[in-house]
Design a protein around this ligand. Structure first.
Ligand code: COI
Length: 356
């Protein structure tokens, strides 16, 4: 890899930091951001860290019209001795390049992107909150910026990384959430963009989300787009069911996002010899397991959501209360172990942590 230096243009004054106990998800941003440009002539060029600021982009830039954009989400954590660390950042950039490929965006240099994050987070280390359950959320994203209204891959892009000190993603914190199974709309189909992390997947999820938000549901659970039968994912997290001692998660099928936390949960369960299978699972099977008294736990896993127990799953007019709406043992152990590794409180047997 060619050695590239990141140009620095630092702020003259720093913003006031929020109180860490009152942090919401994704509302406050740090003092600086990373930017790099792409043109067909120069490739990815001019990497720089600059004051956090609005972008000036032509109204005809292709991203505004045809949505050619991708993003990632990862976090920086503060350890008990005050060091900053990342969790499996190589997985995020590997996935970003897979999303790039699906959206016809030129690949980025994954190692260089991790270096950029390390440099940016080191500069903004004072922004990493230290209250329980808080972290510095890292949002790398790429947008197409060529001023052109033809439908074609753009010839210009910007790769940007912004940072946001965050608390829990759901207002419930780590307490069990309520999820509604979505029957009318679908999120993605195999062959579409479901496994890419692109804004359009999230835009198309809003309608369903909005229709249940006022009824106490944190999110909707998407079913497959063809038969409306098999469980897919929640949009902000992958899902797991513990049925009769075995944990089941929907197999990756091209329309489900391959979560970094999903992968980590599977590895931890294997490590603990807890049976875990990736396969198709229908909502009918989940319902039947509940009727038979063998649906022991349900939980979601994602970077923003961490491990979130699902206490209620509403499907048509039936509300399934799972594990008395309490956090189950497997979800609790996963949450404690994953966050323990992320915050440097417990051993990291898989070498997942990368120091800043
Ligand atoms: C993440 O978990 O980082 C995500 O990207 C989900 C998000 C849409 C909040």
């Amino acid at each position: 890899m060619e050695e590239r230096t990141i140009r620095l243009d630092l702020c003259s004054s720093r913003k006031e930091k929020p109180k860490t106990q009152q942090l919401e998800f994704g509302r406050v941003f740090t003092d600086h951001m990373f930017i790099m440009d792409y043109s067909d002539e120069l490739g990815w060029n001019d990497p720089r860290i600059v004051p956090y600021q609005p972008l000036s982009i032509d109204p005809s830039a292709m991203v505004f019209h045809y949505g050619q954009s991708v993003f990632e989400g990862l976090k920086a954590y503060l350890t008990p001795n005050g060091e900053a660390q990342l969790f499996r950042p190589e997985k995020n950039f590997h996935r970003l390049n897979r999303s790039n490929s699906r959206l016809c965006i030129p690949p980025i240099d994954e190692e260089f992107a991790i270096k950029a994050i390390q440099q940016l987070v080191a500069l903004e280390k004072d922004w990493i909150p230290d209250a329980e359950g808080t972290s510095l959320y890292i949002r790398p994203f790429i947008i197409s910026t060529e001023p052109y209204l033809g439908v074609a891959p753009s010839r210009h892009y910007k790769f940007i990384i912004i940072l946001s000190p965050v608390g829990a993603y759901y207002k419930e914190g780590i307490n069990p959430i309520k999820i509604a199974v979505e029957n009318q709309y679908v999120r993605a189909v195999t062959g579409g963009t479901g496994e890419a992390k692109t804004g359009g997947n999230y835009a198309s999820s809003l309608k369903a989300q909005e229709s249940v938000a006022g009824k106490g549901f944190a999110q909707v659970l998407w079913l497959d787009g063809v038969e409306r039968k098999y469980v897919e994912e929640v949009g902000s997290m992958n899902v797991f069911f513990k049925i009769n001692g075995e944990v089941v998660t929907p197999a990756l099928n091209g329309s489900i996002l391959e979560g970094v936390t999903r992968n980590s949960v599977i590895q931890l369960l294997n490590h603990w010899n807890v049976p875990i299978v990736e396969r198709k699972i229908s909502m009918e099977e989940v319902y039947q397991a509940h009727q038979d008294g063998v649906l022991e736990e349900a939980f979601g896993a994602g970077t923003a959501a961490v491990v979130s127990p699902i206490g209620q799953l509403t499907w048509n007019d039936e509300s399934l209360i799972i594990n008395d709406a309490k956090t189950g043992n497997v979800a609790k152990k996963l949450y404690d172990t994953l966050t323990g590794i992320q915050y440097g409180r417990v051993d990291d047997p898989f070498n997942w942590v990368v120091k800043v």
